[in-house]
Design a protein around this ligand. Sequence first.
Ligand code: IMP
Ligand code: MG
Length: 176
Amino acid sequence: MQKIKQVLISESDIKARVKEIAKKISADYAGKTVTLICILNGASVFFADLVRELDLDVRFEFMSVSSYGSGTVTSGEVKILKDVSYPIAGKDVIIVEDIIDSGCTLSYLKRVLEQRNPASIAVCTILDKPSRRKVDFKGEYVGFEIPDEFVIGYGLDYAGQYRNLKDVCILELTED
Ligand code: IMP
Ligand code: MG
């Protein structure tokens, strides 16, 4: 069983932070066309909010990778389930993710995409759990560093549930 324990980051705090990140990205990439890659499904909500705050010429791409099963522990195995639909060679690319946890997913993905020779590649994530790293990885744009808790909402799920919550909440898992 599971239940929502508490709100960790409120809708209004998320909104304010998304605006700040977008401002920074807009300044860093001024005058450029940026290819934003949304990592499905978790980053979909953040992606939709972020792109509308960007003052840039943008292109959307979507990728799906397997990281977690239906539980809360990573398998350590990363597989590309859906790839981008247009080559990224020569493009300025930003990978948009919901959370960096062990770092396995993004370090793998960034390496794979780097091999396709983009002009540049950066990672933007709304959440980061630095204390959980299994591989050394740092995102260029990070919304919030959070403690080692399993969180849901704002795109993040537990077994497919809770993605539409407006706040980021801590989920408590109980024995029964
Ligand atoms: P990593 O490869 O361990 O960094 O895992 C990243 C992926 O794990 C994210 O894209 C999420 O889908 C999932 N994940 C990690 N921590 C959480 C969490 O607290 N709640 C929901 N999903 C999580
Ligand atoms: Mg995910």
